[in-house]
Design a protein around this ligand. Structure first.
Ligand SMILES: Cc1cc2nc3c(=O)[nH]c(=O)nc-3n(C[C@H](O)[C@H](O)[C@H](O)COP(=O)(O)OP(=O)(O)OC[C@H]3O[C@@H](n4cnc5c(N)ncnc54)[C@H](O)[C@@H]3O)c2cc1C
Ligand SMILES: *[C@@H]1O[C@H](CO)[C@@H](O)[C@H](O)[C@H]1NC(C)=O
Ligand SMILES: *[C@@H]1O[C@H](CO)[C@@H](O)[C@H](O)[C@H]1NC(C)=O
Ligand SMILES: *[C@@H]1O[C@H](CO)[C@@H](O)[C@H](O)[C@H]1NC(C)=O
Ligand SMILES: *[C@@H]1O[C@H](CO)[C@@H](O)[C@H](O)[C@H]1NC(C)=O
Length: 529
């Protein structure tokens, strides 16, 4: 088919009812068609709002029901590149048409920043670019951004029982957002952040150039390992280093309520979890629940979910010595392979690793997350006060993720993610709800913000730090006006501490006109008049 006929066919999909966005659509598609080597591919990768598949493509990677409503702003166009050159063309054509790009890899952004914007925008949806090539000999892997962590883990396990990768727990998280924003999982104490284990990357910059590590230079390569990809361009792939894991690992989950001395357990956990053997990672979830013993009364339940890179007997002995308050017994722990531990951490009663390949999990609920860092242990009095507040609020929970180990050995400036030595653990505030509508949203956001405010005395100050991958628009947003640098500094210093200014320098060098921007992107320095 001729280029012109195709173009007319595509353009015919535009109905007259949306003339304004329609005109952007028309000139964007025209531009894309001019750029593409095979313009007959265009119908396969471009979705206008009135395309019958638009809604299902948009919804496929929405993971938070808060951004799945009729009033959620929709993109003018969704582009689903199948080749690297499509990304280059889309960047050039979006820039030419003055329309913003939101890049989506796995869609897990807690504030929907990868697929929602208040200004006209297109989504560059990367799910087709998801190849994973494992090289066991070199102990590396080439991973495109649209791959999920589950796919990566599965493909590693197909080739080796003694290799793994230290990334997030949830298998549907996308490589693109996760690695560019830092990333951590059950092996963070042994091997550091996900992005500490990256050796190369490919990015399409604002001029449509495809650059690898050598071509982009060490400053930009530094920035896209923790500074967030979305401020700098569109990342296509990362090359990562695999890490050794034992053939047999050990997992356990132990729960204690206040009646079962949860306060002593949590208090002691703060001293043990960040300092113990780096082969042991003990995440702790703290929630208000209804008491089983005292009928109808509320209590606090602390659950420890752990992975030990070693044998069952050894972890039971270790914790018997270091953490007698936990009372861990042989029957509490279970040995399995590393890949099985990733299944165990996510699914009840499932053992087959194939489940990690499922890109479409059960339907998501409404949710909000926030983050903090604790640098000195909270006293028992402090914990008991906190339990009362959590029981009053009734809903939001806390997840404590211990650092120490390898995290303490990496300098804060090595990568944009600065929260290393000196941080005992990260706190995630977590709330999920099932009722649609603004009232439920207001209530649930309010509860979470109150818990965050109750925690003020216990967490890092000046700045009160936060983790980029736990995106939280409460901590500041940018309007990209004349105060863009000052506005950016508000959230930027919380996410990146002293690394913020280096990120600004990189941004100023690679995208001085701030084409790649969002509510919390890195601002460039203002141009000198
Ligand atoms: C259920 C769940 C579990 C999680 N568990 C963990 C965990 O265990 N550990 C952890 O560290 N984090 C965890 N997270 C947070 C997660 O790491 C971040 O949300 C991460 O950014 C998601 O990546 P994504 O590609 O799925 O997200 P997306 O929503 O696609 O993207 C997130 C951000 O990155 C940008 N981006 C995405 N792809 C690209 C690209 N190719 N180029 C440039 N910019 C890009 C987006 O524009 C957006 O700003 C979890 C999140 C959820 C929802
Ligand atoms: C989005 O809404 C549709 C229609 O109500 C629903 O089928 C889908 O499961 C929802 N997705 C999420 C993530 O809430
Ligand atoms: C709680 O602590 C008390 C006092 O140390 C102890 O006697 C009791 O056995 C503990 N309970 C549990 C469930 O560990
Ligand atoms: C898992 O198995 C246990 C024991 O058979 C059962 O009690 C539980 O309900 C199962 N959980 C799920 C989610 O199927
Ligand atoms: C930004 O600054 C320029 C130059 O000083 C000025 O003309 C413009 O009105 C300002 N814009 C806003 C939104 O304040």
């Amino acid at each position: 088919m001729g280029r012109l006929v195709l173009l007319v066919l595509v353009l015919l999909q535009v109905s007259s009812s949306w003339a304004a966005t329609g005109s952007v659509y028309t000139s964007f598609v025209q531009c894309l068609s001019d750029q593409m080597k095979q313009p007959d591919q265009i119908t396969k990768i471009v979705y206008a709002q009135n395309n019958p598949s638009f809604t299902s493509v948009l919804r496929a990677y929405i993971r938070n029901a808060r951004f799945n409503t009729t009033s959620t702003p929709k993109p003018v166009i969704i582009v689903t590149p199948t080749q690297e050159s499509h990304v280059q063309a889309a960047v050039l054509c979006a820039k030419k048409n003055g329309i913003q790009i939101r890049t989506r890899s796995g869609g897990h952004d807690y504030e929907g920043v990868s697929y929602v914007s208040n200004v006209p925008f297109i989504i560059l949806d990367m799910f087709n670019l998801r190849s994973v090539v494992i090289d066991i000999k070199q102990q590396t892997a080439f991973v495109q951004v649209g791959a999920t962590l589950g796919e990566l883990y599965y493909k590693i396990s197909e080739q080796s029982k003694v290799h793994g990768y230290p990334a997030g727990v949830c298998p549907t998280v996308g490589v693109g957002g996760h690695l560019s924003g830092g990333g951590y999982g059950f092996m963070v104490r042994k091997y550091g952040l996900t992005t500490d284990n990256v050796i190369d990357a490919q990015i399409v910059d604002v001029n449509g150039r495809l650059l690898d590590r050598k071509a982009m230079g060490e400053d930009l390569f530094w920035a896209i390992r923790g500074g967030g990809g979305a401020s700098f361009g569109v990342i296509l792939s990362y090359t990562i280093t695999l890490v050794p894991v034992p053939e047999t690992v050990t997992v356990f989950r132990v729960e204690r309520t206040l009646e079962e001395n949860a306060t002593d357990v949590v208090y002691r956990w703060q001293h043990v979890a960040p300092t113990t053997d780096e082969n042991l990672f003990m995440r702790m979830l703290i929630q208000p629940v209804t008491s089983q013993s005292a009928k109808g009364q509320k209590t606090i339940r602390a659950s420890i979910v752990a992975l030990f890179l070693g044998r069952a007997d050894d972890v039971v002995t270790l914790l018997g010595k270091e953490f007698p308050e936990l009372g861990l017994k042989k029957e509490d722990v279970k040995e399995m392979s590393w890949i099985e531990s990733m299944v165990w951490a996510n699914f009840e009663n499932v053992t087959s690793a194939e489940i990690l390949l499922n890109r479409n999990p059960d339907k998501a609920t409404f949710g909000k997350r926030k983050s903090d860092y604790v640098q000195t242990p909270i006293s028992k009095d402090g914990l008991e006060w906190l339990w009362k507040r959590m029981i009053e609020l009734g809903k939001p929970g806390l997840v404590f993720n211990p650092y120490g180990g390898k995290m303490s050995t990496i300098p804060a400036s090595a990568l944009p993610f600065p929260h290393r030595a000196g941080n005992l653990f990260k706190v995630q505030y977590s709330i999920s709800w099932g009722e649609a509508g603004p009232d439920a949203e207001k209530t649930n956001l309010g509860l979470t913000r109150r818990l965050y405010s109750y925690m003020t005395a216990f967490v890092s100050k000046n700045p009160r730090s936060a983790y980029l991958n736990y995106r939280d628009l409460d901590i500041g947003i940018n309007h990209h006006g004349n105060n863009s640098y000052e506005e950016g500094k508000v959230y930027g210093v919380k996410y990146f501490n002293a690394n913020f200014d280096r990120l600004v320098k990189v941004k100023t060098a690679v995208d001085p006109d701030d084409f790649f921007r969002n509510e919390q992107s890195i601002p460039p320095l203002p141009r000198k008049a």
